[in-house]
Design a protein around this ligand. Structure first.
Ligand SMILES: Nc1ncnc2c1ncn2[C@@H]1O[C@H](COP(=O)(O)OP(=O)(O)OP(=O)(O)O)[C@@H](O)[C@H]1O
Length: 378
């Protein structure tokens, strides 16, 4: 068991000042810490914490900060405002402060009738996620846990941001003498990494992951954006999920725009260290957009002006209400104005909401393996 996940995780209180950032509310928590909505000098941000187990010297956030710093050139990732180590009640805590996103993509999808987006929204979101993955790969990094719950909608830029780089890893290495860059060789037994519902069959087989595996996870996540479900939705056993993935083939895309079958054909022939043809896939998206008359300027299903906005996206979801009511009793009067103000800062991500469409066992296993990997291979 990872030490971070087994050691106590102190909670920051609403109104508390953490490294100069005022806590507005908790957005959710992961295996290694929690994410808070914070404010400083009138600016809203997200603060991610990690309580360090000094005995084991395990610091997942350090890796995430390092990777996010490398991605600051890309518009598909959060801005990193600060990252530091601090003391909190005698404990060492790592924090990073980044752009705050609105609801996670997975929750937005579940708020739709039949839990799927319209073709126009699903296609545009899938394209944006592909752009994020391409940018990450261009920087020499693989994500290893691509899925809609690791994407947040950033309303101001009308983009999705890919977050949670805690699982990510560099796939390139540089020879120190010749300065030649090459793909790292596949490790023999890297262990499972990712989420069973979305990961590639190679990840199920615990093979080392490359760029192709992020694309498989993107493909499965895309199908879910279009259809609201995956054939293995109710299957809990990872081995059976893997079997279903191996069996389903092209049939998976029957109800999706036909261009996805072509992207699938490309992805399925990729080897561990192959370079995917992002441009070819992006061209297929352009073709799809023309064929389906998708207009970039149309509101997304969850944006004001769409047919769904008033009925499905104006209120809070049950899990959001639950998350907010957990804090109700602790909110000091001075912060009451934040809660009452109708603004774009309400209702953001929560762990509890996303957990129902993810394989919990997979997450546990992934958290465990991530801890081991941190210790062994970085
Ligand atoms: N920049 C952000 N803006 C808004 N919400 C965020 C941001 N980053 C993370 N969150 C939300 O905070 C919650 C916790 O995120 P975190 O990445 O710590 O954990 P996780 O992905 O749920 O789990 P794990 O770390 O075990 O994979 C998630 O619901 C996520 O949507």
């Amino acid at each position: 068991m990872s030490s971070s996940s087994s050691c106590a995780k102190p909670e920051f209180e609403v109104g508390e000042c953490v490294a100069g950032f005022e806590v507005i509310k908790k957005l959710g928590s992961g295996g290694f810490g929690a994410v808070y909505h914070v404010k400083k000098d009138g600016m809203e941000m997200a603060l991610k914490t990690e309580f360090i187990d000094e005995e084991n010297n395990e610091e997942t956030l350090k890796n995430e900060v390092h990777m996010l710093r490398m991605m600051q050139w890309s518009p598909s990732f959060c801005r990193l405002f600060t990252a530091k180590r601090m003391k909190w009640c005698g404990q060492s805590v790592n924090i990073m402060v980044m752009t705050i996103c609105n609801r996670p993509l997975s929750r937005l999808r579940r708020m739709m009738p039949d839990r799927h987006f319209t073709k126009s929204t699903a296609a545009r979101l899938s394209y944006q996620l592909l752009e994020a993955i391409r940018d990450l790969h261009f920087s020499g990094i693989i994500h290893r846990d691509v899925k809609a719950s690791n994407c947040g909608w950033h309303a101001a830029s009308r983009r999705i941001f890919l977050f949670d780089l805690g699982f990510s890893r560099k796939f390139l290495k540089v020879d120190p003498t010749t300065l030649k860059v090459s793909h790292r060789s596949a490790r023999k037994a890297p262990g499972f990494m990712g989420t069973s519902k979305y990961c590639s069959v190679f990840a199920h087989d615990e093979l080392d992951q490359g760029r192709r595996d992020d694309l498989w996870a993107w493909l499965y996540s895309t199908v879910e954006l279009f259809l609201g479900t995956l054939p293995w939705n109710t299957e809990e056993k990872s081995i059976l999920v893997s079997k279903m993935k191996k069996r389903v083939g092209k049939k998976l895309f029957y109800k999706c725009p036909r261009e996805f079958a072509l992207m699938y054909e490309h992805i399925r022939q990729l080897k561990f260290d192959s370079s995917p043809d992002y441009q070819m896939m992006m061209n297929l998206f352009q073709q799809m957009k023309i064929r389906l008359e998708i207009d970039e300027s149309d509101p997304m299903d969850f944006e004001e002006g769409s047919a769904f906005f008033e009925e499905y996206f104006c209120g809070q979801t049950d899990s959001e209400k639950e998350m907010n009511s957990d804090y109700q009793s602790t909110i000091p009067d001075v912060l009451e104005s934040h809660r009452n103000r109708k603004s774009d800062i309400v209702t953001l991500g929560s762990r509890s909401a996303s957990s129902d469409d993810e394989n919990k066992l997979g997450r546990l296993a992934a958290g465990f393996n991530r801890a081991i990997n941190r210790l062994m291979s970085f």
